[in-house]
Design a protein around this ligand. Structure first.
Ligand code: CDP
Ligand code: CDP
Length: 236
């Protein structure tokens, strides 16, 4: 069967990575968490003191971009690829609320986006990829055969993220998680370069009241249709 590209965009904690992993496993496709790449660059900037209590030194980050190597390695036990920053596995470290506080500022820097989009396009060049993020359907893969745009209310999303952070042992307050979700929504949607917007041809899924199973079922139907359409186009 023909391989397609599936782009999943949307707001923070809308279940993008959960559905992307499920669909990739189901189809035997590669899953790429593009947000993990922006988080890894942010962690680098924090570790190097480029982001510190005095602020964010954008010029230094741009100069140091050539020293940042981001890669993915498949973890058989987890069933997905974990992200590595200069050879170190940072899959867990990048998920902290501390990294979440700065990541949208880092992601608004065009030079950062340019570097990461090039890596993303290279990974997806042979299709058979499910990628989630903010600009996948609009900028990274504008020709993706299936584009989904995930939404849910900010409170639902903050509750989901709070539960996740607590269960991994992070000491966080719900109000701060909600504030971070809202701040990132705002910065991501209003930045000049590649803002978070629904592509014209994306299908919107509001999963505020959908369980993971219901959401998977709905998306599988859409995947089935996209695969059929792509087969028909190929045979034309
Ligand atoms: O998992 P969560 O929804 O919290 O966020 P993420 O997907 O890990 O992305 C973290 C941040 O990276 C987002 O808030 C965006 O600022 C940025 N990002 C982006 O600008 N473009 C992407 N394609 C993916 C993420
Ligand atoms: O990738 P993104 O930040 O959009 O979200 P995620 O990491 O896939 O999902 C955030 C949390 O919401 C996870 O703990 C999911 O299990 C949960 N979730 C849910 O409970 N119900 C949904 N319909 C979607 C996600």
């Amino acid at each position: 069967m023909n391989k397609i590209t599936i782009a999943i965009d949307g707001f923070s904690s809308t279940g993008k990575s959960t559905i992307a992993k499920q669909v990739a496993n189901h189809l035997g496709y590669i899953y790429v968490d593009s947000g993990a790449m922006y988080r890894a660059v942010t962690l680098y900037a924090m570790n190097q003191g480029i982001i510190n209590k005095n602020g964010f030194d954008v010029e230094t980050l741009i100069k140091k971009l050539k020293d940042i190597k981001i890669s993915f390695k498949f973890n058989k036990d987890l069933g997905f690829a974990e992200v590595y920053l200069n050879g170190n596995n940072v899959e867990q470290t990048i998920r902290s609320l501390e990294v979440s506080r700065f990541v949208s500022k880092v992601a608004a820097v065009s030079a950062v986006r340019k570097k990461l989009v090039a890596i993303q396009r290279n990974i997806g060049k042979s299709k058979g990829v499910v990628m989630d993020g903010r600009d996948i359907g609009t900028v990274v893969f504008p020709d993706a055969e299936l584009k989904l745009f995930m939404t849910a209310s900010p409170e639902t999303r903050a509750k989901r993220r709070f539960k996740e952070l607590i269960s991994r042992g992070d000491d966080v307050v719900y109000e701060n998680v909600l504030k971070n979700v809202q701040e990132r929504d705002y910065i991501d949607s209003n930045r000049k370069d590649s803002p978070l917007i629904k592509a014209n041809d994306a299908i919107e899924i509001d999963n505020s009241n959908l369980s993971l199973e219901e959401q998977f079922e709905k998306v599988l139907q859409l995947v089935g249709i996209a695969l059929e359409v792509s087969e028909i186009k190929k045979s034309d």
